[in-house]
Design a protein around this ligand. Structure first.
Ligand code: GAL
Length: 356
């Protein structure tokens, strides 16, 4: 069952393809994913839905996972996919490190779809399917502003930021969105980052790793004295659920209890994090429905394979540093304890079988 709320909007813009494929109908699609962690989205959701949607349309699918977000492994895997496939779907670990193989793809007239993360500074990308990460950042920040009542409180609040991996274009965009909302509150002193770790170089989470976030939170708590009965930490902006879980692990060790955690954001509606939301530990998660992203990606590839005209809802595109990439953007939903049921359970996103 699909989400009851209509979260996709289709524009009327059309983009005509100048590329062609050798085998016009059944194509071989190479999918390059950043990691193979069982509990993270790429392995358990995105690649599963993509394979399913593409196979339903009669296409052959080859999936590669780059170990533990290993850039060299992904480079080698993409090189191999360029040699053997008609289409590529890529989630880059580093938005700029695949350009050599991508140039080769361009010469071979292979269409590349940049999936969820933008491939930067290359002409070799035909479409982007994903979300507006600047908007995701500002949504997280607005949530915090609202929860901490920053507009009308007198006491300043303390916040720490746990950004994503700095090589991921989404991290740059989420950071932009977060700061566009929080900057005025920092400027008037209503919000403080006691660690002063406000730049991405300081607050990034290498490889979006839960362990990395956990250790950083542990260090910050020690240095700043954050504790249930110590210095108050009012909010943590974590750029996704894995980083939020790292932060939560550390806070739990310090004695934080259900209902008394800081306001903590997240992204991905990872199954484990959803139960943290239901138990008053994590406050919210941004839901980007991978099922919708998979359907849109498969539709674009299928249309191209039939040499037909592709329509996307942002034909004017998103600039990747080289060109405007025509984009299909998926709307996102803020998931809290109040709407977990309709958004995630009733829509079939979380079922009894996939709840763990
Ligand atoms: C980002 C993406 C997030 C998250 C993260 C971890 O690029 O925007 O939703 O999944 O990767 O891999």
């Amino acid at each position: 069952m699909r989400l009851t709320k209509k979260i996709l909007s289709f524009g009327i813009g059309a983009v005509l393809s100048s590329f062609c494929v050798t085998n016009a109908e059944a194509a071989k699609v190479g999918i390059s994913m950043p990691n193979d962690h069982l509990q993270l989205r790429w392995f358990s959701s995105d690649s599963v839905y993509l394979k399913d949607e593409l196979e339903k349309l009669g296409h052959e699918v080859v999936i590669t996972y780059a170990g533990d977000n290993d850039i060299l492994t992904q480079t080698r895997q993409v090189e191999n996919l360029v040699d053997t496939c008609d289409f590529l779907v890529i989630v880059p670990i580093d938005s700029k490190s695949l350009n050599y193989s991508l140039d080769k793809a361009y010469k071979k007239k292979i269409h590349v779809i940049s999936y969820d993360r933008m491939l930067r500074d290359t002409k070799s990308v035909s479409y982007y399917v994903g979300t507006d990460s600047k908007q995701i950042g500002s949504t997280m920040a607005k949530y915090v502003v609202d929860k901490l009542r920053l507009m009308d409180r007198n006491q300043p609040a303390n916040i720490e930021i746990f950004a994503g991996d700095i090589n991921d274009e989404n991290t740059i965009d989420i950071d932009y969105g977060v700061n566009s909302v929080l900057r005025p509150f920092f400027e008037i002193g209503k919000l403080n980052i006691l660690s002063h770790e406000s730049a991405l170089k300081q607050n990034q989470t290498v490889k979006w790793s839960k362990q990395y976030a956990r250790e950083r939170m542990q260090r910050l708590a020690k240095e700043q004295g954050y504790a249930p009965k110590g210095k108050k930490l009012d909010a943590v902006i974590a750029f996704n659920d894995a980083t939020a879980r790292g932060v939560i692990d550390s806070l739990r060790k310090l004695g934080y209890k259900e209902g008394y955690y800081p306001v903590i954001t997240g992204q991905d509606c990872n199954r484990l994090s959803v139960s943290l939301i239901e138990n008053d530990v994590q406050s919210m998660s941004i839901f980007k429905d991978e099922r919708k992203m998979a359907i849109e990606t498969a539709r674009i590839i299928d249309t191209l394979s039939k040499k037909k005209m592709v329509t996307v809802n942002h034909p004017e595109g998103i600039n990747n540093g080289f060109k405007n990439v025509p984009s299909q953007l998926i709307d996102v939903v803020v998931v809290t304890k109040d709407n977990v049921k309709p958004v995630l359970y009733d829509s079939g996103y979380i079922t009894e079988e996939n709840a763990e």
